[in-house]
Design a protein around this ligand. Structure first.
Ligand code: HEM
Ligand SMILES: *[C@@H]1O[C@H](CO)[C@@H](O)[C@H](O)[C@H]1NC(C)=O
Ligand SMILES: *[C@@H]1O[C@H](CO)[C@@H](O)[C@H](O)[C@H]1NC(C)=O
Ligand SMILES: *[C@@H]1O[C@H](CO)[C@@H](O)[C@H](O)[C@H]1NC(C)=O
Ligand SMILES: *[C@@H]1O[C@H](CO)[C@@H](O)[C@H](O)[C@H]1NC(C)=O
Length: 331
């Protein structure tokens, strides 16, 4: 009887886990590294070559490419909806408010055309985004991880789905955790993936409220180091849109964990970066990665692991979706 009860309760727990994982949509069944080894053996080399060329002309594209993959995965899963153009039916994700400064679309198009020449109709735009994010990080002198492939492309992109799926820069730690959990990602993933903000920049527009109207009373976020705040205010005026500021001043490669040092010193640019100090798990990680004896320990491995997990969100595999001919248009 007791055994039976246990079996029943284990079965029940499994059901719950199944339901939760279905909800969270980090699954990845059907993905594997080297998916194109036979169908398009040069795909990854072509991608790397094309991206290297683009980044050698404009190094800021590396950050843009990393961010594109993130924005893709958080809305409808990693199925390249972020690349689709608006249609007669309405605005696409690109047209939404949080597209703010998304760039790198041309690079993805270049990779796609180059790959199509070798093997037409085989490699998805969603996989190109995942490869581009990895290559971009690697090419800045940073980390390397193996990318699972085998994603297929979706056919829908709606601007209204942006705001309810992507985290905003003014999210507090509770909202960030909820947002990541809704994608099947943990607090650890949250703090590790925020390390992406070691590269790239944010605009004066993004940090304006933090600098000038934090609680609606013409105040500055007290969690921002005052010296840093006044440096920023010299260049970023009330209501200003430009210039842009490095998300992690003084470091531009994700091989290090420099971002966490900045956060710990209250010099993280975004409210969401600073919020990593408000939960014990994320805070402990920030501390470990910014303490000289332990800085950088396992960060490369952690980042690769969390990127792989992010790359599994809501993927279309098997006979779902399609392989787009051009990344901005459904077939
Ligand atoms: C944790 C929640 C996150 C929030 C609230 C957030 C928000 C933002 C914001 C507001 C910007 C600046 C946009 C601008 O002012 O132009 C930005 C930039 C960036 N984000 Fe995030 N982000 C988050 C997580 C991530 C993740 C998970 C990744 C990738 C794995 C990522 C990669 C980047 C990169 C690389 C940039 C720089 C883009 C460029 O320079 O073009 N972010 N993010
Ligand atoms: C997608 O839209 C952009 C901007 O409007 C345009 O430049 C581009 O040609 C479009 N792409 C395709 C394949 O139609
Ligand atoms: C982002 O949205 C704005 C406002 O709707 C639009 O003007 C801009 O062209 C969009 N950016 C991209 C990359 O499509
Ligand atoms: C985070 O923001 C939400 C929504 O504004 C609010 O309800 C909640 O109290 C905030 N939590 C923390 C820890 O500040
Ligand atoms: C500051 O925020 C308050 C409350 O959200 C708003 O009413 C006010 O217009 C803002 N001030 C500026 C200068 O944007």
């Amino acid at each position: 009887m007791a055994v039976q009860k246990r079996v029943v309760s284990i079965f029940f727990i499994q059901l719950v886990l199944l339901a939760v994982s279905g909800l969270n949509r980090v699954d990845g069944a059907g993905l594997r590294t080297g998916y194109y080894d036979e169908s398009c053996p040069d795909a990854e080399t072509i991608a790397l070559k094309t991206i290297r060329k683009a980044i050698s002309k404009d190094v800021t594209l590396a950050a843009a490419l990393l961010r594109l993959h993130f924005h893709d995965c958080f809305v409808r899963g990693c199925e390249a909806s972020v690349l689709l153009n608006a249609t007669k039916e309405g605005d696409a994700e690109k047209d939404g408010f949080l597209n703010l400064s998304l760039r790198g679309f041309d690079v993805i198009d270049d990779v796609k055309s180059a790959i199509e020449k070798s093997c037409p109709g085989v490699v998805s735009c969603a996989d190109i985004l995942a490869l581009a994010a990895r290559d971009a990080v690697q090419l800045t002198g940073g980390l390397f991880w193996k990318v699972e492939t085998g994603r297929r492309d979706g056919r829908i992109s709606l601007s209204k789905e942006i705001d309810v799926n992507l985290p905003f820069s003014n999210f507090n730690i509770t909202q960030l955790k909820q947002n990541f959990a809704s994608k099947g990602l943990t607090k650890k993933d949250l703090v590790v993936l925020s390390g992406a903000h070691t590269i790239g920049s944010a605009s004066c527009f993004t940090i304006n409220t933090r600098l000038y109207n934090f609680t609606g009373r013409s105040d500055t976020d007290p969690a921002l180091d005052p010296t840093f705040a006044s440096e920023l205010k010299k260049k970023c005026k009330p209501g200003g849109i430009l210039p842009v500021f490095e998300l992690d001043q003084g470091s531009s490669t994700i091989s290090d964990a420099h971002f966490y040092k900045a956060v710990r010193q209250n010099r993280g640019l975004l409210i969401s970066d600073a919020a990593l100090l408000d939960d014990h798990v994320t805070r402990a990680y920030v501390k470990r990665q910014s303490t000289s004896a332990t800085a950088g320990a396992n960060f490369g491995r952690d980042f690769g692991k969390s990127m792989e997990k992010m790359g599994r969100i809501g993927v279309l595999t098997g006979n779902k979706g399609e392989i787009r001919q051009r990344c901005a248009l459904v077939n």
